[in-house]
Ligand binder design. Sequence first.
Ligand code: SR1
Ligand code: MG
Length: 420
Amino acid sequence: MLDRTAYLALDASSLPRRLGGRPELLDRLGPAEAWQVREVGDGNLNLVFIVEGPKGSVVVKQALPYARVVGESWPMSLDRAFFEHEALSRLGARDPGRTPELIAFDPAQAMLAMEHLTPHKVARRAFIDGEELPLLGTHLGLYLARTLFRGSDWSMPATARKADLALFAGNAELAGITEELVFSDPFKAAPLNRHTPGLDDIAVAFRADRPLKLAAVEMKARFCTGAETLLHGDLHTGSVMATPTDTRVIDAEFALYGPMGFDVGVCLANLWMAAFAQEGHRTDARAAAAYCEFLLATAGILWRTFEAEFSRLWTNERTGILGGSDLFEAQGDEAGAKAALTTHLTSVWQDALGFAGMEISRRILGLAHIAEFETIADIGLRARLERRALAFGRHLALNRRQIPSIEAANLLAETQRARP
Ligand code: SR1
Ligand code: MG
């Protein structure tokens, strides 16, 4: 059992004194007396500091014993820093260069020091500012295929995967947050729910929408029981930092074993929501439409890259117990192997659509909203755009088995976006 009696939240003035004895940080930054510290955390949970010294800069992230977005009335385990560290180490090894370099970790202080990503921007912020990130879809598609495939029974030795599954089962508190916030709260009058004025009717309608609630129960069951691979677990576009040439995935504290479609669906949902929010950020309709085109194209590239890279890994790296080459290739049945791959990819796609529908619902009707909508000052416009996104999300959840392709899903988004 870890002794946390010495745990104390950092602040900008105490940080150099408290961390200034760590050689990994001194190597990167230079002498602690010269460190400049800023707290920059704008997420829902943690403290985040940028520390600059004469030799360089690092980011220091520290978990708080409660959820920052709500306050001390919502206590939260500090163990999430341990799971984040474990997850980032694995995800980084499975797709090298796509996560920040880890520099130091102190489990007792729930503190992780990592590479300061600069000039990277949180992807959401780039979407609000209208900055195109031409490689985002490719990088995320590759990341998803590599991490989801390489953490699964298609790839890993069975004993190692089972040990890992047992380890990450310990992150139950954060899994429980997702289970409630994503799959239950948007469909009931949960105390922490909130929504933009003007959406009362749709919030009430969602609670009475039996087909939608049945879809939510099904998706929740997939999430809780479909332990296919190690997921990032919270892969929205606030967990992605990018430049036009680089993309990094951060914030893996919600990591758990779950269905591959969850990370894919959450990521797609956040690209689609950013598209629905565009009119709130660009007064020129043509500029809004052009930026939407970029976002939908990114969603398309993401899925097609995922499919292609997953198929490549399937062919070349299928070494786990689910490999199945004894049933197919070893008996000269290449077409059978291809059929097994297609069956799996179809199930990931349908799951992804269902999870996307849940993510859209919870980001508009639940506790944790997204900056693309929240920063639209005109409340009436915000409500109109959110209403369109909700209709799209509902459609995805209900029709996930009938939407055949990313092109079809993008077309639905485009059609819904153009509604009055
Ligand atoms: C109380 S935590 C709310 C949300 O913030 C995190 O980023 C996750 O998305 C979680 O659902
Ligand atoms: Mg986060």
